[in-house]
Write a protein that binds this ligand. Sequence first.
Ligand code: PRX
Length: 675
Amino acid sequence: MSKEAEGADNQSATRWKEEEYFYPAKEFTAQANLNDQAVLAGFSLEKFPDYYAGFADMLTWYKPWQKVFDASDAPLWKWFTGGELNASFNCIDRHLPHLANKTAIHFAPEPEGEKIEHITYQELFVKVNEFAALLRDTAKLKRGDRVAIHMPMVAELPIAMLACARLGLIHTVVFGGFSSSACADRVIDSGSRVLITIDAYYRSGKLIDHKVIDDEACQLAAAGGQKVETMLVWQRFAGKYSSAAPPVAGRDIVVGDELKKYYGARVEPEKMRSEDPLFLMYTSGTTGKPKGCQHGTGGYMAYVTAMSGMILDIHPEDCYWCTADIGWITGHSFIVYGPLALGGSTVIYEGVPTYPDAGRNWRIAQDLGVTIFHTAPTAIRSLRKVGPDEPKKYQFKFKLMATVGEPIEPEVWRWFEREIGKGQAVIVDTYWQTETGGFLCSTVPGIAPMKPGSAGPGVPGIHPAIFDEEGNVLPPGAEKAGNICIRNPWPGCMQTVWGDRDRFVANYFGRYNTKRDSKDWRDWPYMTGDGAIQTADGYFRILGRIDDVINVSGHRLGTKEIESAAMMVPEIAEAAVVAVAHEIKGSEPELYVSLKPGVSPSPEIEKKVADAIVFQIGKIAKCRKIWIVPDMPKTRSGKIMRRVLGAISNKGDVGNTSTLANPEIVTEIQNMVSK
Ligand code: PRX
């Protein structure tokens, strides 16, 4: 195993044995969007980039594109250049002639007493147009301006996104659970003058005041140099304001009141160039500051539409439910843009899957006749633990189930297949990232067999390879871990890091590109930052991150982000985060801190650190335990040995510590942790 992969956050993933194949049911294959093996030959690397023309053909263009792929500004690839389109038009308007009265969005509120709202394509058209008109007039925005959206899982979130897209504005959705500080960071970095929010929403039976967080976010953003001039506040209950934070005069607009003025308004979609940015999605990386992954219009839309068809097998008659949050990339690509571009019906559920009990998901699936269920291994582990007998009690039948975000243990996979899939559903384990816009590896459900614990080969068009430290490609079946890279560009890939081209190039291509001036895509393999193994059948098993990123419940947390939050506490001298294996979440962060000279450990300091993390990032980054240690294990050059701390936290073997500058500290910390 390579040095890199050894350091991976791979406690939950790696060491399972090779599994038997499972084959898709004939009934599924017969109806699948892609079931002809012969089609796959068209996706060989020799045929790159032309095979992506078929992806673009799934969209409706105002002006046809001239060139599939443009490498002139390598590695900032451009796709479908010369073409013009609008994402909102592709998700809504083009369906009106034949699907106007079909449900586009089913919104399931968390309280079961509230009715599920079914929004047809016609209704979505009306809502998006009216809100777009309001946004245009009140916020005085122009094409290319950024708009931050900090909202939970409500139907108004995709409405706001699609309204931005209609106007040619670049949205940056901030996960609803993020703190005011995390929201402010994104407002500042994206230079958003407008923030769209909601007064309140339900979570675990409680009506959470959300607007109050965004008032604070505005203050923090202003202190950081970015004034929010306009805040648009949706209401969870029409006509009723549900936040303790009143609208701020001159800045806030209560959408429900203002929208009345726009009754019947229609906004012509902006004709966007294919390479114009559609949105930014911030994600954690190796440095403390999250980076804004910039996704384009034509390439991204073509990619997510094709993937929603080929891999998720969405047909207009399906009821598709992805339980991710729209505040993450999965929600953007596979709740909103992909499914709607195909004229699908997509479910948005406001609350937590186990509220009020572990049968909640299955009641939604039963009531709506969900046919495709897309979720994360964490959710499956949790449902298996708290409600193993629940699925049996309800009548639902999925034709396909998808998992995303983390490796799934074969045992959990089999439970999912048997109990939730009822032995009939096909499963796709989709491996990809915020940066990649859509899938990298997965089986094609109507063609290839499934193998529990393996994501599968590259999806059609994607040619992954395992690179070793020296940049050699390991052959399939080498059974050696290395760094999984993608040899060819693809249209869904982010265009750049917002405002930081150098960071984009260095981060994703710096390692394996040897010719900095090359305009040949073959010189620019994309580095995912994950360790993986490829078996002889070409399937990839993902081992986890090779960098300083922790995967908690399928969400990415930068260790540096957590560490820098801890360092905000004046008493803290050093901080180091490690990932600890967790039964449900895959892993959890655990934090080690050392104190400045003269400061003594106390529960108060521990609490200060915990609070700082929740304030800077949000509850999602809460550490399982904060250990105040006398010193960190360090190399002679003064580098903190996170690997040793990780082994201590996971009760594993710390290995040879004799070369450390302070080996005695290892036993001291071990004694502390094992108490
Ligand atoms: O480590 C991989 C893991 O999640 C990372 C990407 O996280 P994020 O950008 O937040 O996107 C999550 C949703 C696409 C990857 O670098 N990951 C994602 N999917 C899988 C996975 N690990 C194993 N198997 C997967 N199917």
